[in-house]
Design a protein around this ligand. Structure first.
Ligand SMILES: C[S@@+](CC[C@H](N)C(=O)[O-])C[C@H]1O[C@@H](n2cnc3c(N)ncnc32)[C@H](O)[C@@H]1O
Ligand code: SF4
Ligand code: SF4
Length: 396
């Protein structure tokens, strides 16, 4: 199985400016690896990808979600109380002014980003500032906003779907599949009506034991959605033993109490037949659905069993995220790790971004990560960001 980066050359043909911006981010990533990661002082000059977790609120409750799933805590009254802390538009604008010269790609997520009250003016401001903007959404509110999204020429939508109708709805909630399909249709109608090819849109599928046998049916259904990509994310999983190891490490080395990682000990990795999943993915990669298929992480056939069955064995090493990426949380806290955001390096409402990005806490985190075996903390072994930005281990 190969990682398929044919998205960029395809984009080059249709949209050279967007392809240039994505290419520039990839180039910055390489420079970070070559020049910044080796530095002993922990400083990084590159910034190519910014995550914005805009809100703790969501209208779904997907079973495996680290925030709102079976083990997530960002639910009910707690989520409602957290929502009072969301960063207002004006503060995000100030942040954009500070970072725009680096031209990072921005990735807006949540919770559900469409529940951030000023999503449209925020995306407008980011695009006017020359940033490339991607929005990761559960897709249930796309139909309602389709005309505006197309009119404002949003660059990219990453829409989550985890199976064909019954399978998806069992994971993501009753009726969610139909809403997403209606959303795709509405966007496509608007693109035609307004004569625009924006936004590019694709699916993100999180693979687990509830949906892996159904991936082909979803792939076939997606053939009609006019997508620009379909990403299969093999999923973020952990277990109680790794959680305790990570807890002890973070406490001792970085004086941090962890809360996020336990929410990924969901068990949805268990019982997956690695060979069968490999065959299903290989079949999907081999078929022509009219859009690139991307599996993250791409693994050798016999390693899928290890990915799901032996969570302690790394499949990627040397996470490079802190040397070019950051996540800004709904309350303004800044972290390197989008999903495991326990270690806070600062807050954008109190400190200018680049003082945070190369402040003492940031530099200490980078040094701690680099000195670790394989360049990973104990809890990093199945982190999605490491799967995207880590190095392939021999044989995997
Ligand atoms: C947390 S959601 C936030 C954005 C939006 N609510 C959505 O669902 O697309 C971001 C992405 O993480 C995925 N996700 C949820 N739980 C996951 C897990 N345990 N492992 C990997 N990805 C997961 C979701 O399916 C989605 O594509
Ligand atoms: S829609 Fe996104 S944020 Fe909401 S529960 Fe599902 S995965 Fe989590
Ligand atoms: S692999 Fe570890 S250090 Fe890298 S982003 Fe994930 S949790 Fe953070």
């Amino acid at each position: 199985m190969k990682t398929n980066f044919s998205v960029v050359p395809r984009l080059m043909k249709r949209d050279p400016r967007l392809a240039f911006n994505v290419g520039r981010a990839l180039f910055s990533q390489q420079r970070a690896l070559l020049f910044d990661r080796p530095r002993k002082d922990g400083v990084s000059n590159e910034l190519y990808l910014m995550y914005f977790r805009l809100t703790p609120l969501c209208n779904l409750r997907c079973v495996m979600c680290g925030q709102r799933g079976d083990k997530g805590v960002l639910k009910g009254a707690f989520a409602a109380a957290e929502a009072k802390k969301i960063v207002p538009l004006e503060d995000y604008k100030k942040l954009v002014d500070q970072i725009k010269h680096k031209k990072p790609v921005v990735y807006l997520w949540g919770g559900e980003p469409f529940l951030y009250p000023d999503l449209f003016p925020l995306v407008d401001y980011m695009m006017e500032s020359g940033l490339t903007v991607a929005v990761n959404t559960n897709g249930t509110l796309l139909e309602k906003h389709a005309a505006e999204i197309v009119k404002r020429k949003w660059h990219a939508l990453f829409v989550s779907l985890d199976g064909f109708e019954e399978t998806n709805d069992a994971i993501r909630g009753e009726g969610s599949y139909r809403k997403v399909v209606d959303g795709f249709a509405a966007i496509n109608r608007e693109k035609e009506r307004q004569g625009s090819h924006y936004p590019y849109m694709g699916i993100v599928t999180t693979v687990g034991n509830r949906n892996y046998k159904d991936l082909r049916r979803l792939a076939e259904a997606a053939d009609g959605f006019k997508l620009a990509w379909h990403i299969y994310n093999l999923g973020t999983y952990t277990n109680p033993e790794i959680v305790e190891e990570h807890r002890a490490f973070m406490r001792e080395r970085l004086a941090t109490e962890i809360e996020c990682l336990p929410a990924y000990a969901t068990g949805y990795n268990e019982g997956i037949d690695g060979q069968l999943l490999y065959d299903i993915l290989k079949g999907i990669h081999g078929a022509d659905f009219g859009h690139p298929i991307i599996t993250v992480p791409a693994l050798e056939p016999d390693k899928i069993e290890i990915y799901y069955g032996d969570l302690k064995t790394p499949v990627r090493k040397e996470c490079s995220v802190p040397w070019g990426q950051a996540n800004v949380d709904y309350d303004g806290d800044v972290h390197f790790c989008a999903d495991y955001n326990d270690y806070v390096i600062g807050n954008i409402r109190e400190t200018p971004f680049f003082e945070i990005y190369n402040g003492e806490k940031a530099r200490e985190f980078r040094k701690a990560l680099k000195e670790r075996p394989d360049g990973l903390f104990p809890g990093c072994v199945r982190c999605y960001q490491a799967m995207l930005c880590g190095k392939r281990l021999p044989g995997f």
